[in-house]
Design a protein around this ligand. Structure first.
Ligand SMILES: Cc1ncc(COP(=O)(O)O)c(C=O)c1O
Length: 429
């Protein structure tokens, strides 16, 4: 029968961009006909110390006299008092940032947080103008396009490419391009960025963040800083960075990469005017996040274990994986190919750029799949800004996950090096 979907229903059902690739990846991996080396997954590794921290938090809760009311009663749409007070205490003490409970919202994961924020601040407004969410430096998390209820809401500024050595590059913020867009385009409703960045691991400097926040203040729009990989948890940063709080920033955190993706906990800290709008939206759409997860989170935030385990275990684990990826690429990739790995500053991924690659990233994805290796093609992280990048750069990149076992990273890169060499050679002949 013909399914009659609304425009929003259709948009949410579309398998375009990264959803198409992710859908394909899931089908391939679920097929079970052959074994694949999966270098695509965003699923975090289950680390023993992290797992035992959550297990003991849950065990204490099971003994708690309040347990029945924790799981059997509804609560506030801002989040539980316990977790909100813990967040206020922890962040005020650690960063000397003056926050109250009105500045905190607990959401059902940070994906939900971005859903609430993007659709509260972007889309058609009372002035009938379609407001967009602007990414100051592409590439960035493809999931932002998915959360918008209307099409083509996410736009971005192409980066400046800086080559650091024979095999390392880094994206730099195009400050002038960003500022000009902010000052001339009345259609910007919010600015959004991940720091550390998914997919490339770039960490924007504090000075750049303040510069972006100042432009947002001038335009009177919020700056959403997606801190899914940032310190103090999960702390997957390999260079120094601190979170930045001010009156224009909504600081968005997630417990997923600190071992709790199943409980769906996102945390926003920001100006009360923005938090209140998002709380109303959450109250209508989800009521609140899992209360069990929130109580577990409050206990490990209070006793300091969440920050300690993140810094000592989670960060160290992924930093070692990045080093392994880099060394394996250096040993394995063909010498006559111009390849560059983005400087490893943080996150769960390596981002590889193959300059002058003779085919598109989607073709490389297919060839690797045929050879038993799954990666994520890079172009969807450029959202629909694809026509504006120089030299087809957005089709020359792939994302490699650091969540695989060491042996799989080595074998996967071996296959990648062989397939890439063959594809360059076929083109030359
Ligand atoms: C940059 C970024 N932001 C947000 C999310 C969503 O995370 P969650 O909804 O599990 O908190 C992810 C998930 O991988 C991510 O990579």
């Amino acid at each position: 029968m013909n399914l009659r979907l609304s425009n929003i229903g259709r948009k949410m059902n579309e398998k375009t961009g990264v959803r198409a690739v992710m859908g394909d990846i899931q089908e391939v991996l679920a097929g079970g006909e052959r074994q694949y080396i999966n270098l695509s997954a965003g699923n975090p590794m289950i680390l023993p110390e992290v797992s035992s921290m959550w297990k003991s938090a849950l065990a204490s809760l099971l003994e708690d006299e309040h347990f029945p009311s924790i799981i059997s009663q509804y609560g506030s749409s801002y989040g539980t008092d316990e977790l909100i007070q813990s967040v206020v205490r922890f962040f005020s003490e650690r960063y000397q940032f003056d926050i109250q409970k009105e500045n905190v919202l607990i959401t059902a994961g940070s994906q939900q947080l971005f859903f609430l924020a993007v659709n509260s601040f972007c889309g058609v407004g009372s002035d009938s103008m379609m407001k967009k969410a602007l990414i100051p430096m592409l590439p960035d998390y493809s999931g932002y396009s998915g959360v918008a209820l209307e099409r083509d809401i996410i736009e971005g500024i192409p980066p400046i490419i800086s080559i650091l050595d024979d095999h390392t590059f880094r994206y730099e913020l195009n400050r002038e391009g960003f500022l000009e867009r902010m000052r001339t385009d009345p259609h910007i409703g919010a600015v959004i960025l991940s720091r550390p960045n998914n997919p490339c691991g770039n960490i924007l400097s504090a000075e750049h963040v303040v510069f972006i926040a100042d432009a947002c203040r001038e335009a009177n729009v919020p700056l959403l800083i997606d801190s899914a990989y940032a310190p103090p948890f999960p702390a997957i940063n390999f260079i120094d960075m601190e979170p930045i709080f001010n009156d224009q920033i909504i600081h968005c955190m997630s417990l997923s990469k600190a071992g709790l993706p199943g409980e769906r906990i996102g945390i926003a800290i920001g100006p009360a005017r923005y938090i209140q709008a998002m709380e109303a939206f959450q109250s209508n759409t989800a009521i609140h996040s899992s209360r069990l997860g929130q109580y577990m989170a409050a206990s490990v935030l209070d006793d300091g274990r969440l920050a300690a385990v993140s810094q000592n275990e989670v960060r160290a684990y992924y930093r070692n994986k990045f080093t392994l990826l880099k060394e394996t690429l250096h040993c394995t990739m063909p010498k006559d190919i111009k390849w560059y790995l983005h400087k490893g500053e943080g996150s769960l991924f390596g981002w590889l750029w193959l300059e002058d690659f003779p085919a598109a990233d989607a073709e490389l994805y297919e060839q690797l799949k045929a050879n038993g290796v799954i990666i994520v093609p890079g172009s969807s992280f450029f959202h629909h800004e694809i026509g504006h990048m120089p030299h087809a750069h957005q089709y020359q990149c792939i994302r490699i996950s650091l969540t695989a076992a060491d042996e799989d990273i080595k074998r996967g890169i071996d296959v990648l090096a062989r397939v890439v060499k063959e594809m360059y050679e076929q083109k030359v002949m």
